[in-house]
Write a protein that binds this ligand. Sequence first.
Ligand code: ADP
Ligand code: MG
Length: 384
Amino acid sequence: MKTLSDINVDNKIVLLRVDYNVPMTDDGAVADCSRIIETKPTIQYLRDHGAKVVLLAHFGRPQGQVHETDRLRPIISAVSATLGVTVSYVDDCIGPKPKAAISQLQPGDVVLLENVRFYPGEESNDPAFAKQLAELGEVYVNDAFGAAHRAHASTAGIAQYLPHAAGLLMQREVTELTTVLQHPIHPVVAIIGGAKISTKIDLITNLLPKVDYVLLGGALANTVLLAQNHQIGKSLVEAELAATVKDLLSNKLKVPVDVVVAKAVAEKSPKRVVSLGAVAADDYIVDIGPDTVRVYEDCIRQAKTIIWNGPMGVFELEAFAMGTYHIAKLVADSEAYSILGGGETVSAVKKVGLEQSINFISTGGGAMLEFLEGKILPGIVALD
Ligand code: ADP
Ligand code: MG
């Protein structure tokens, strides 16, 4: 993978792919600027080198058509404020409009082009569309790690037509994730939770031989509990995968020894802590129990490296958030090098204000998972 030091960006028109697919509030403001903040170092680097910076980004799922509610105009003020520079906006990403705007740019200027997913060629990685994007600039830099698992025109195809490199965020993501995957300091503890085991089975399979413990929580642990013939009541489960997950069972794989159950997944629903044998047929498992936290604490305390993805319970409801918060606190207090990622995991950690105590928080949800599954990401190979 080429990095910024491998290419010349001095006074060039640089097409910088960013991941500005930010969450919005109901009244149309950017709810969380993290993804914009993360791109500041690369943009600063480019501006310091006199580059004219042309930002390419996607937003939402407009399915290859102009979709008024997926325009990027509403994020422009937040982008300008966050980057500390007036960013201009063009309501198209190929053709005469961006060409005209780019021809007016001075060194250090920044412009954001319209949602690349308004064209079907983006997601189909159409070479003609990639070429039209490439025609707008002289150099391509990719900082959109969050979209690196997609072989799209602006994340992969375009690199063929221009000198290219990873931005500083992309470079940091790849360095951090490669280190934990290939030469972590042992003991390594992976904490895996969340909703569906189908989305994380490849992750668990790839990590098991590399790590010392995998601690499971969340609804995905229910499928493993079912595979071990435990009663899980009405809990969220992917029963059809129970046979498959049997192959994962080993001494390294820890499952909850007790759980929090409720008769409904609702804040006010009365809850009980029960041992595994005592889940009733009409119970929902909504969190890991305190004994499980203690067992997991022993592993986490020994760890020198921690990889965490996926909440331990339905943490969005305060009543079922204790397991996730206890684990967050243990990871934050640990001496281990900690990395975490995943949309809900990051928001759970932010909710309790512990994000500063984590060594590295990946900006990629799906991209981080695929990287840790050992897959080759098209957005990264394209930068070779
Ligand atoms: P991430 O985005 O961090 O990778 P996931 O998307 O895999 O995590 O899963 C997060 C979701 O899993 C959360 O919305 C949470 O409510 C849900 N979840 C966790 N535990 C349970 C459970 N026991 N029952 C139902 N949903 C759960
Ligand atoms: Mg998620």
